[in-house]
Design a protein around this ligand. Structure first.
Ligand code: IMP
Length: 191
């Protein structure tokens, strides 16, 4: 771990101290690998049915934007907005869809793009909901996974990084809507 403020532009500095956990270079390299894996897996399917990258708002947007550019196939992009009830740091698994997809998913190859699988409740609910829409296939890409916190068995088909049980921010992930624009994954350190 290294102190993260070095090299971060002034406009990108936040008031709380944080430490870098995963560098932007490491993220870029891993996202390129995931894109190549998706390209290889879907190359033979694309002629038969559309492939849709389905980003879960808002945490996935930066990961999704980078991942999409490493998939060398004619895919489409869509988004779904969800919000969890209850305490923001304790996942209840009760999820509300706040913004639905713009096109039906029936008959399409859907790859859900998430920022992080923590307890797994959110994505478990979401995948169950999406499965009822009869996609041709349904897979999950997640940038991060915290296995120590797992309460639900969730198969992550395309995983960026396994991380320890720490609250992370950056590259789309937030605390109270802040830090999403950090170009790396960091851990907020309370002084
Ligand atoms: P789960 O239902 O416990 O798997 O929680 C999933 C959601 O909680 C994620 O999509 C994030 O929005 C949020 N979350 C969980 N852990 C973190 C974290 O370390 N940093 C930021 N958001 C997190």
């Amino acid at each position: 771990m290294s102190t993260s403020t070095a090299g971060v532009p002034a406009w990108n500095r936040h008031p709380e101290p944080f430490e870098e956990l995963i560098s932007s270079q490491a993220i870029a390299a891993r996202v390129a690998e995931l894109g190549a894996a998706i390209t290889a897996d879907y190359a033979s399917l694309i002629d038969k049915a559309d492939v849709v990258l389905l980003g879960v708002l808002k945490g996935s947007v930066i990961f999704m934007a980078d991942l999409a550019r490493h998939i060398a196939l004619p895919i489409s992009l869509d988004f779904i907005g969800i919000s969890s009830y209850g305490d923001a740091t304790v996942s209840s698994g009760v999820v509300q869809i706040t913004q639905d997809v713009s096109r039906p998913l029936e008959g399409k190859h859907v790859i859900v793009v998430e920022d992080i699988v923590d307890t797994g409740h959110t994505v478990h609910y979401l995948l169950q909901n999406l499965a009822t829409r009869r996609p041709a296939s349904l897979k999950l890409a997640s940038l991060l996974h915290k296995p120590e916190r797992s309460e639900r068995d969730v198969a992550i088909d395309y995983l960026g990084f396994t991380i320890p049980n720490k609250f992370v921010v950056g590259y789309g992930l937030d605390i109270a809507q802040r830090y999403r624009n950090l170009p790396f994954i960091g851990v907020v350190t309370t002084p």
